[in-house]
Design a protein around this ligand. Sequence first.
Ligand code: ZN
Length: 376
Amino acid sequence: MNALFHQAGIQPEEIRTIDDLHRLPVTKKDQLPEIQQRSLPFGGFLAVSRDQLRRIFVSPGPIYDPEGTEQDYWGFAPALHAAGFRRGDLVLNTFSYHLTPAGQMLDQALSVLGCVVIPGGVGNTEIQARAVLDLGANGFTGTFSFLSTLLHKLAEQSPLRVAFVTGEMVPEAGRKRLEEAYRIRISQGYGTADVGLIAYECPLRMGMHLSSRVLVEILDPESSAPLPPGQVGEVVVTFLSKVYPLVRMATGDLSSLTVDPCPCGRTSPRLVRVIGRVGDAVKVRGIFLHPLEADRALSQVSEVARYQFVVTRPKDQDELELLVELHNEGPDHHALQEKIALLIRENLKLRADVKIVPPGTIPLDAKKIEDRRVWE
Ligand SMILES: [Zn+2]
C-alpha cells in the first residue's frame, strides 16, 4: 500500500477526512494477484503481524485473503439478522469451506447469532437434502441457484423458512416464485472475498444498505470520476479494517447508490442492485448499458421474443437503436414501440430508437448489445 501511495506522491498523514479519499489511487481488484506477488503474501496491505490472524484463504487469482481474530470478522451477522435468522435456528450453510472464505464468513456470523450450523459446503446435494429433512433445518445460506435446486428436490416437504443468498445475481421474479411455492423468505447480501459484507437487504428489501465496515463510492470505471446517486458505475470499496485496510479497491461490479431515506430506519445509503461486471457493459452517451439490465427491462414486455441493441456513432454522437422481434406480429406496432421506448428510458436511463423487425432479422448468434462505433 505504501508503494501505491508513494507512486501517487501522497504521504499517509495528508489523508485526514473522507473528503481526502478521492486523492488516493484506485486499485483494480484484478491487479491484486500481481500486487500480492510483488510483495508476498498480502501486497503490503496487512496492518498486523501474522500471529494476529486466524486464517488465510486462497481465492482464485490466486489472491490471499487474511482473516483477523475478532468475532464475525467478515461482518455478516447484521445481514443475517435482518434476513430473519434467530438464536436456535438450524441452518444449512452451503458455501465452500475449502480454500475460499465464504463458508467461514457465514459460519462465523451464524454462530454469533446463536444459530446451529450444518456445514454443508458445496456439492453432495442428495446428502444435504436428506440432512435438511432428517434434522428439520429451517435456515439456508448459499447461492440462489443452489437454494433453487435444493427446494425443487425437497418439494413440499421443505422445512426451510429463511434463507440468505449472496455471490450471484438474484432474479426478482425467480425469488418471488420460490418464496410463494415453498413458503420461505429469501434475502440477499453483497460482499467480496477480501472485504466480507459490503451491503445487505433490510426487511423492506428496497436495495441493499451499506455496511458500516466499508466506505463505498460509485466511480466511472474509466476515469475514476465520482458519479452521483442514481447513476450506474463501478463499486469501489474502502475496507475500514485494522487488519487488512484495503483503500479504494475497484470491485469490477456495476451498481448505483440511492440516498433516499428507507422506512426501516437504517440511515445508510443503499446499493440499488448489482447489475453485472464492468467488462460486459457498453457505455452509451456516458451511461452504462449492461446485457443483464437490458434483459431485466425487456422481460417486462411479454410480446418481445428477441432483441438487439446496436450502438453507432455517426457525426461524433452516440446513437442507440433497439431492434425487436415479436412472438406474434400484432397490428399496432406504433403503440408497442412507444411502450418499449418508455420502458428503456425509465429502466436504463437511455433513449433508444425502437424498431420492430420481422422474425429472423436479428442473427441467431448476435450479441445483445452490438457496439459498431469506430474510434479514430
Ligand atoms: Zn431499509
